[in-house]
Write a protein that binds this ligand. Structure first.
Ligand code: SF4
Ligand code: SF4
Length: 96
């Protein structure tokens, strides 16, 4: 993984450390076959839910990974930012 991608991961983890797990149960779907590993979703996620990991079959040699789904607040920023329609979020209110 390139330094740029490692830095993205570190920044995302630093953001996560400032948050608490979400009180919502959101479902994130990542279609790895469409993910080229650009890292835009990792960069924009306000809670550091996503990380990049090595994937030598993708365009940039990485793919996004849903690393800590319990931190997802369902903002859908990743979905709106992804240029390849590779990630989707079902926002769900927590019940009970
Ligand atoms: S919906 Fe928001 S909080 Fe959840 S993974 Fe996407 S950008 Fe992060
Ligand atoms: S923005 Fe889309 S293509 Fe880029 S790493 Fe995230 S899921 Fe993959």
């Amino acid at each position: 993984m390139e330094k740029f991608e490692l830095d993205l991961n570190q920044e995302a983890l630093a953001r996560r450390k400032t948050k608490n797990p979400s009180d919502k149960k959101n479902q994130i779907s990542l279609m790895r076959v469409y993910c080229k590993g650009c890292g835009l979703c990792v960069d924009i996620c306000p809670t550091g839910t996503l990380q990049l990991e090595d994937n030598h079959e993708s365009k940039y040699g990485t793919s996004a990974r849903i690393d800590a789904p319990e931190y997802c607040i369902g903002c859908e920023m990743c979905e709106m930012r992804c240029p390849d329609f590779a990630i989707f979020v079902n926002y769900e209110e927590k019940t009970g």
